[in-house]
Design a protein around this ligand. Sequence first.
Ligand SMILES: CC(C)(COP(=O)(O)OP(=O)(O)OC[C@H]1O[C@@H](n2cnc3c(N)ncnc32)[C@H](O)[C@@H]1OP(=O)(O)O)[C@@H](O)C(=O)NCCC(=O)NCCS
Length: 330
Amino acid sequence: MSQRIPLCVRGTGSFVPARVLTNDHFIRYLDTSEEWILARTGIRERRWVGAEECTSTMAIEAGRRALEDARMRASEIDLIICATATPDHMFPPTAAYIQDGLGMREIPAFDLEAACSGFIYAMMAAAAFVSAGLYRNILIFGAETLSRVGDPQDRGTCILFGDAAGAAILGPAINSEQGILHWELGCDGSRADYIVMPSGGMRRPASEETVRQREHYLRMRGREVFKFAVGKMEELIDRALAELGMAPDELALVIPHQSNLRIIQSARERLGLPPEKVAVNIDRYGNTSAASVILALDEGRRNGTLKPGDTVLVLGVGAGLTWGLFALRL
Ligand SMILES: CC(C)(COP(=O)(O)OP(=O)(O)OC[C@H]1O[C@@H](n2cnc3c(N)ncnc32)[C@H](O)[C@@H]1OP(=O)(O)O)[C@@H](O)C(=O)NCCC(=O)NCCS
């Protein structure tokens, strides 16, 4: 078994915008159907931001709820890491707006971009900071405004995405059981163009031409990503179970990234677990990228599925193509 990284989840919180978009929204103007969307993705509805909302505003609310849950004051946080692929701006970091919005001290605050694997990367970065003794209480986020990068004319992608933010406060373990029991991070950069927003970055700055070509929207080679995600999740699960020396039913909950219900189901079958042991929120929120797993972790803690002493397995695959997994004892 891997060396345990001592760590404690002191609190979690999440936020989704009030505006609900059912599949009807797309059926009204695109060549698609309720049956196709539900059968191919598992999505019934998703939340989209209103005009005044963006990644930082959602994260600020999620952060407030995490502080409340942890019964901590903003002044007790020592570092902020915001995992997002949809920041408020290219710069400054969205984490800076979050720091200000939560009325925090001049603590370090930065963004981390690993797309749908972002929250898993942020968790491991925080675990490294805490276990090295560099920072004590770290507030991490998975927060995304994906409604603004989906091309409304591309039926293969715009139906998939939702907006949301989740937050977790991590600190030193308070007993000898808590922490990360096993983890893995990776990236295959040769597949970087499988999911890409072609313009708006410094390789291809925004111009009239890029806007005309709709390059400010996300492009995805869906079928190839799908195949890669299914295979990678199986690999991650097999290695995790071998390393942990645990049977799947000893896990309190498995939280896969929510990109497609069929990918989640293939992971569930690999584990041989009943549906109630594998978190699903894609039906309600769509693919919320870096936010998806922390939304599920927060929900699991709040509805009593996850209790102190439980082990939860969190894993995902995203643009990069990146991937990650951690097994956390609460
Ligand atoms: C995007 C995704 C749902 C598409 O499902 P799929 O079963 O792979 O579908 P395909 O892209 O192969 O398309 C199959 C057909 O459905 C059509 N189609 C695509 N979107 C459609 C929609 N919303 N409604 C109706 N038909 C649609 C396609 O045009 C294609 O038609 P064709 O056979 O005539 O060319 C799926 O590939 C997926 O979930 N990929 C992984 C996404 C992911 O993991 N992302 C992770 C990081 S964000």
